[in-house]
Design a binder for this molecule. Structure first.
Ligand SMILES: [Zn+2]
Ligand SMILES: [Zn+2]
Ligand SMILES: [Zn+2]
Length: 258
């Protein structure tokens, strides 16, 4: 295994951009980079596809990419914008004829089980349901298809979400703060993704200014901001950043040596 490819399936915040009912310049923009589905990425390494989060836009994201296979799902946390597309893995189940392993903390998996009760209660049903095998993880590193994955604890307001490090790439969505003990796991990165919702402060998300500070402190070669709301026009916002910090956009593909 020599390289890992990351594809951004969605770079938007929980409402997506454009946002329903909004006529702001970003929501009306014709720049495709201002069009942001809900936050998710796909990792491809060693011939395997690993999906991070199943957003309410998962169906559209999978169709855009002509995605036929998912070998595993990693959940960052159980907010609606990160789990509600789980039912749409059913066609993937049919195609690849296997139950998909899905990893998350106990807390996250409990919510997944509650929200998608029909998929886990074992009750007989005439309808199909997503076939996933829920596998609890903690902050301890774990192995997946030959890759050592390091969960990164993040503060998401009063709650917790997990980032994930794969070799020299780390994907940190939904966070308002990165605990000190987590920063030590984020050294020597080639690529780092950070939550950067908007300029105005938010109780559960990092702002552009906070994430620029984190980028400077963590010193990855390249840093990309994601979970972006309609306050940030792509081109104009990026123009204010240092060259090694960029805004992610849907369809962005990155390759990293591992
Ligand atoms: Zn979110
Ligand atoms: Zn708007
Ligand atoms: Zn969240």
């Amino acid at each position: 295994m020599s390289s890992l490819r990351l594809t951004v399936l969605g770079s938007g915040t929980s409402t997506g951009v454009p946002t329903i009912g909004c006529d702001c310049a970003v929501c009306l923009s014709t720049d495709p980079k201002d069009n942001r589905l809900r936050p998710s990425v796909l990792l491809h390494y060693g011939g395997y596809n690993v999906l991070i989060d199943t957003t309410p836009d998962f169906r559209e994201q999978a169709l855009r990419l002509r995605l036929k296979r998912i070998d595993a799902i990693l959940f960052t946390h159980a907010h609606a914008d990160h789990i509600l597309g789980l039912d749409d893995v059913r066609p993937i189940n049919y195609h690849q004829k296997m139950v998909i392993p899905a990893y998350g903390t106990d807390e996250t998996l409990d919510v997944v089980k509650r929200v998608f009760r029909y998929a886990f209660d074992g009750a007989p049903s005439q309808s199909s349901s997503p076939r996933v095998d829920l596998r609890p993880i903690t902050e301890e590193p774990f192995e997946l298809f030959g890759m050592n994955i390091i969960p990164i604890k993040l503060m998401h307001g009063d709650g917790v979400s997990l980032g994930f490090r794969f070799g020299r790439l780390a994907y940190l969505t939904d966070h308002s703060a990165i605990p000190e003990e987590s920063k030590s796991k984020l050294q020597d990165l080639d690529i780092l993704f950070l939550d950067a919702l908007r300029h105005r402060p938010h109780p559960t998300h990092s702002t552009v200014a906070q994430s620029l500070e984190s980028a400077e402190e963590l010193k990855a070669n390249r840093t990309y901001f994601t979970h972006i709301c309609h306050d940030l026009p792509h081109a104009a916002t990026e123009a204010t950043f240092p060259p090694n910090v960029r805004l992610a956009y849907d369809g962005l593909e990155l390759e990293v040596a591992i």
